[in-house]
Design a protein around this ligand. Structure first.
Ligand SMILES: C[S@@+](CC[C@H](N)C(=O)[O-])C[C@H]1O[C@@H](n2cnc3c(N)ncnc32)[C@H](O)[C@@H]1O
Length: 225
């Protein structure tokens, strides 16, 4: 994205820029599907579903698939992509405002989206999530997630930049602006922070992974009855 242009998800040009550069390949989605162990009786919700790429792969495996996104353009694109899936539904909503009115889910997924929330808002979102996640539900989150605490970002910058170049490879030039914007202006945070926030909200962390020092994920189980 050339300097000075919008990085606002309400802007269809930014949405087109993101979706073209960061399309989710079916192959890359396979580990998420495996970890979530989706079954026909599952009700799945995807936060920051974007253009619906993940939901299109997951919908045939579950009873119900719901995508939540705040961007009108992303919801429009997801609706087109999911036209052939009668069990898929899309909701235009902010993450914190999501209120499915008594409906509950057995599986939740969010990729590269919750870093748009500040750390206190991540905590608030997870606390609220227990209203609509059934006990025993799984939540898979993969995002900008550091193997250090966010407050130590500056001292880790040389390592982050080195790993980012290697991770993005030939696409680094095209993605560097977005990457730096996300690091500086959005709220990627430490994986330990996520683990603490999940535990405080009533989840048990089952698995943690770091793909690089800045990109990681967790699989958590909502405890309780
Ligand atoms: C980086 S994209 C990720 C899309 C997709 N999950 C993927 O893996 O490619 C982030 C998505 O989150 C949505 N989003 C960002 N902040 C949001 C918020 N506070 N509430 C709802 N949606 C939000 C954006 O509209 C966008 O579609």
């Amino acid at each position: 994205m050339p300097t000075g242009e919008s990085r606002d998800w309400r802007d269809p040009r930014f949405v087109a820029h993101y979706n073209a550069l960061y399309a989710l390949a079916a192959e890359a989605a396979r580990p998420y599907l495996a970890r979530l162990a989706l079954k026909p009786e599952d009700r799945l919700v995807d936060f920051g579903c974007g253009d619906g790429s993940f939901l299109a792969l997951a919908a045939p495996l579950v009873g119900e698939a719901v995508g939540v996104d705040g961007s009108p353009r992303q919801i429009e694109l997801a609706r087109l992509r999911l036209e052939g899936f009668p069990n898929a539904k899309l909701v235009r909503s902010g993450f914190l405002e999501f209120a499915p009115r008594g409906r509950t889910f057995t599986k939740a997924f969010s990729r590269k989206a919750l870093h748009h929330l500040t750390d206190p808002d991540k905590e608030a979102f997870l606390r609220k999530s227990t209203d609509w996640l059934s006990p025993g539900a799984l939540f898979l989150i993969e995002d900008g997630m550091f193997d250090f605490e966010r407050r130590d970002l500056e001292e880790n910058m040389p390592r982050v930049m080195e790993q980012a170049r290697a991770h993005f490879g030939a696409a680094w030039e095209a993605k560097a602006g977005d990457f730096l914007h996300s690091l500086r202006e959005e709220f990627p945070t430490g994986q330990d922070f996520w683990a603490r926030a999940l535990a405080a909200a009533g989840f048990r962390v089952l698995e943690r992974w770091q793909k690089t020092c800045f990109l990681g994920g967790l699989l958590a189980l909502r405890e309780g009855r």
